[in-house]
Design a protein around this ligand. Structure first.
Ligand SMILES: Nc1ncnc2c1ncn2[C@@H]1O[C@H](COP(=O)(O)OP(=O)(O)OP(=O)(O)O)[C@@H](O)[C@H]1O
Length: 283
């Protein structure tokens, strides 16, 4: 099956901020989390994908169509939840639902109602009168129920209470189980990333550090507690060291080296995803 999104050599400058070059492919049936520090270009990347901002160079294809070539057929295959939405304050949830439902032929009304009930969203109140978290829940229900093959979510759980975050993750897992769909999500919530993502596309200061498979990432990072002194030179795979501890992202190479040099280890543990992301974004 063809990729849902293909981004190649994408670049965008905003004042002194430079995004890219970025290459990223979104395959069917995958969840990709965009991960990075504040202001590193995650929302900008999503806006560029939705053709809401113009790129300086490179190409973005969604469903095999370049997003900026005037043919907007790709739009019916993508549901996008931006970080902030303007222009909705005067409308009730009922009105917004009727409007959006009419634009998306695969609208899933039972899913919409399920989410509204689960999140306890009043549909008869104007959007502008709802709390920030309830607005986010309504927006999510209005986005996910479009039932498009690609879901693009910019910090969907930032204002949500703890039980709602859990409901939301369960909903997305069920939504993916229906098949032939993918999600791109930006999030600073490590639980979202841990539970949902297959891939982590990591951005640092506008530059792509890599598109990592989550399982491989968590398997590759290991901390060793050594029982001998460390050599002054870097050990193969070494990412950081402190006292008699080292962190490696190439454990096999590290262990061969340690054995060759008669340095044993008392303990070896995999790192938590949170620690790995911190290392990728800070060291
Ligand atoms: N409308 C704008 N006007 C000026 N600069 C902008 C605008 N939008 C984004 N930028 C700049 O682009 C850079 C990337 O911003 P962006 O919102 O994409 O980051 P982000 O990774 O989504 O951040 P966060 O995690 O804080 O949401 C920032 O340095 C920001 O200053």
């Amino acid at each position: 099956m063809k990729a849902y999104a293909e981004i190649s050599q994408l670049q965008k400058n905003i004042d002194d901020f430079q995004l890219g070059p970025i290459d990223l492919t979104i395959e069917p049936e995958t969840i990709t989390a965009l991960v990075g520090n504040n202001g590193t270009g995650k929302s900008t990347l999503l806006k560029l994908m939705m053709n809401l901002a113009s790129r300086d160079s490179g190409d973005i294809k969604l469903f095999n169509t370049s997003v900026s070539n005037g043919n907007e057929s790709w739009k019916r295959n993508v549901a996008y939840l931006p970080q902030t939405i303007i222009g909705m304050d005067a409308y009730t949830g009922n009105t917004l639902k009727a409007l959006i439902e009419s634009l998306y032929p695969n609208w899933d009304d039972s899913l919409f109602i399920e989410m509204i009930n689960l999140f306890d969203v009043p549909l008869n109140k104007r959007f502008g009168k709802l709390s920030q978290g309830v607005r986010q829940k309504l927006n999510l229900a209005l986005t996910v129920a479009r039932n498009t093959p690609l879901l693009v979510l910019d910090e969907p759980t930032a204002f949500m209470d703890i039980p709602s975050k859990k409901f939301f993750m369960d909903i997305l897992v069920d939504w993916m189980d229906k098949g032939d769909r993918s999600i791109i999500i930006t999030s600073h919530q490590v639980e979202d990333i841990k539970k949902l993502s297959d891939y982590l596309f990591v951005l640092r200061n506008g530059k792509a550090i890599g598109n990592f498979e989550k399982e491989a990432l968590t398997e590759n990072y290991k901390r060793y507690w050594l029982n001998g002194l460390l050599p002054n030179t870097a050990i193969p795979g070494e990412v950081s060291r402190a006292n008699l501890q080292i962190i490696s992202n190439k454990p096999e190479k590290t262990e061969v080296f340690l054995q060759k040099n008669n340095i044993g280890w008392i303990d070896r543990k995999s790192l938590e995803l949170e620690e790995i992301i911190t290392l990728l974004l800070t060291t």
